[in-house]
Structures are given as C-alpha cells and as structure tokens.
Design a protein around this ligand. Structure first.
Ligand code: BG6
Length: 351
C-alpha cells in the first residue's frame, strides 16, 4: 500500500479490494489504517459480492418500496430469521487458503452478516452510501458478541485427507450459529445462520418466520400450524425467487388446513435478461464511483469485534457426512424451531 502511495499511483485512483479484510480485529485495524494512510475513503471499494447479487438488493426494494411488510418487520410479528447458505462444493484446490480461513471467516463474517444487515436495518434516509452504511453499521453495533455455546462448528469427513490440509486440522468447513441484535426492532428475535461445504444441497436462502396466531378457533386435527409458522423466503440465487407461505383451507367439507404459497420468480418476468452477475454489478459501480453496495472499515471492524469470542475460543469441530446438512448438534441449536432446509415442498416449477 505504502509503495502505491510513494509511486503516486493513488492520485485520481480508485482501489477495489476483495476479502479477506483481515482475519480478526487487530489485523483488520492494521489493514484499514494502512489503506487510509494512502487513500481517501471515497477511493476505496471493499467488495462483498453477496451485496452485488440482484436478489440481495431486492431485499431492500421489497422492504422499503412496499407498505405491506415493513409494519410487521419487527419483534412483535417475527419469531426468528434464518440465513442459510449450504454449498455442495468441496474446498478443492483452495485448501491452503481455506486451512487458514475456515467457514466462519470465509462466509459468515463477510457474506452472511452483510445480508443480515440488509434484512435487519432501519429504513435509510436515502439510497446512497453514507445513509445505507450508517444503518448497516447500527445493526452491527447492536449485534451481541457471539456466544460460543450457540455455535456448531463442523468438518466434513475426509477433509483432513485433502492435499495441503493438516492431518489433525481443526479448521471448520461448516458453521451454524445463533446471533442476536439487541435493539428495539429485534431484541429477543434469534437469527440462525448456517453455511458449509460438501452439504446435501446448494442454496442461499433468507427465511423470515412469522409468529403463530392463537389457533383456538380451529378444531383439533385441522392441521393449523402443523407445518410450522408461515414464512417469507428469499432465494438469493441468480434466478432469484420469493415465496410467502400461509395456511389455507383444503377444498371440501369441514375445515382442514394446508400450507400454501405465493411465489414469485425473477426469471419469469420480462426483465430477466437484465440480471447482472454480482461482480459485474459491483465493478460497474466501482468504475462509476458509487459506493452504495460496498462495505466500509467501521462495519468490518465491528464484525470482527463481535466475532472475537468465537475466534478466541472456538468449540471443537464435529465431523459430518459429505452430503448431509451438518453435524447432528444443529438440531439442538435451533430447537424448538427447525431448519427450513431441506424444504418440505420444492419451489413451484417455473417455465
Ligand atoms: C466466496 C467464498 O466468497 O463465496 C467461497 O470464498 C464461496 O468459499 C463463495 O463458495 C460463494 O459465493 P456464491 O456467489 O457462489 O454463492
């Protein structure tokens, strides 16, 4: 960084940075200080490619361009939130990087926490970088330090046999955790985050579970609530989808209830061709100097700060089978609730 400054390559320049932005709070501070020594903040573009995903930005549009959901987007009406990003791929040729990194640093402290901020933030005053980052950073400031008793670290069977992996490696290829945001909107609402390699399916979902109503008017056996709470689910895939599940009446005599859903698929719209790949979008924005979808030093440092208990005292890794949903302890982590994935019913088939 210094050399760039000395060579005067920083003048009228922009710098695009890709993670990792440090590996803990002290290293992130050192990195940011080094960058800030030679660059002004508006020259620096820190990429978190999840924020470049069309579907992630649609969370903002959905929340703040509609009057329907924002009034119920809080602890009064939401029971819990899941951000779940299982992956089927293995560490592959990236073992050397991954051994030092692990699933928490690779995915959670970056992508999953950034998505969490879009889901949890207050309405920003404007769609511009300062306002958006201020609201995101307020979420991060309200995040409670990670409680290690609420973390499951996993490692897929056979990881240690891979090239470049220590035979007794303690690196996690899977992590699931519960975190909390202690502010007026979210106090008491758990956020469950999960991600891992070599899992049963690849998916990227955000699922909002609404509180259940009193079911007293329905006769026993009617099925009300039998398939869990009603949910709003965002699928962050490139072909992004959205689903709102609810209970409705089964046709016929009596009152039997079934879980039904309203579904939206971006690729069914006339604008589907306009979708930009996440990096395409972010590099385009960096070239035009728009920092709205980029992360900043303060937010990144706060995320390392809340992560410190886990980084300093990680629970031991538990093995999980390749092709599974993670170690068995993930059920206890979320109980009495359950993980949305695998879905009980698939998405509606689209054209
Ligand atoms: C990267 C991680 O940042 O994100 C990878 O380093 C991970 O380990 C990838 O697989 C996931 O991104 P996407 O866009 O494929 O979901």
């Amino acid at each position: 960084m210094k050399t760039l400054g000395e060579a005067r390559l920083t003048e009228r320049a922009r710098i695009v940075m890709e993670k990792p932005f440090g590996t803990d709070l002290p290293s992130a501070r050192r990195l940011n200080a080094g960058v800030q020594e030679v660059f002004d903040d508006d020259q620096v573009f820190r990429i978190d490619h999840f924020l470049g995903k069309e579907a992630a930005q649609n969370i903002l549009a959905f929340r703040f361009a509609n009057g329907l959901f924002e009034p119920i987007w809080n602890r009064e009406h939401i029971d819990h939130i899941q951000i779940d990003v299982p992956e089927t791929l293995s560490v592959g040729a990236r073992a050397a990087f991954y051994e030092q990194t692990g699933a928490f640093r690779d995915m959670v402290v970056t992508h999953l926490f950034q998505i969490l901020a879009f889901v949890a933030m207050e309405p920003p005053t404007a769609l511009e970088p300062r306002a958006i980052n201020e609201e995101k950073n307020k979420v991060f400031r309200s995040m409670q330090p990670i409680d290690t008793s609420q973390v499951v670290r996993g490692q897929y069977e056979g990881y240690c046999w891979g090239d470049g992996v220590a035979p007794d490696s303690d690196t996690e290829t899977f992590v699931a955790l519960r975190c909390e945001i202690d502010n007026w909107r979210w106090a008491g609402v758990p956020f469950y985050l999960r991600t891992g390699k070599q899992m049963a399916e690849g998916a990227r979902i955000v699922s909002i579970a609404f509180r259940e109503p009193p079911k007293s008017m329905f006769p026993p056996g009617s099925g009300v609530g039998a398939q869990g709470p009603d949910h709003l689910t965002f699928d962050l895939a490139d072909a992004s989808k959205l689903s709102l599940s609810f209970y409705g009446k089964q046709p016929g005599p009596g009152m039997k209830l079934d879980e039904l859903s309203l579904q939206f698929a971006l690729h069914e719209t006339d604008n589907a061709d306009g979708v930009l790949e996440a990096y395409e979008r972010l590099i385009h924005d960096a070239m035009s100097g728009d920092q709205t979808l980029f992360t900043n030093a303060e937010g990144i440092e706060r995320l390392w700060e809340v992560s410190a208990p886990l980084l300093e005292g990680p629970p031991p890794v538990e093995l999980y089978r390749v092709g599974s949903w993670g170690p068995s302890a993930i059920a206890d982590l979320i109980t009495p609730r359950t993980w949305r994935l695998p879905f009980e019913r698939g998405w509606r088939q689209h054209r």
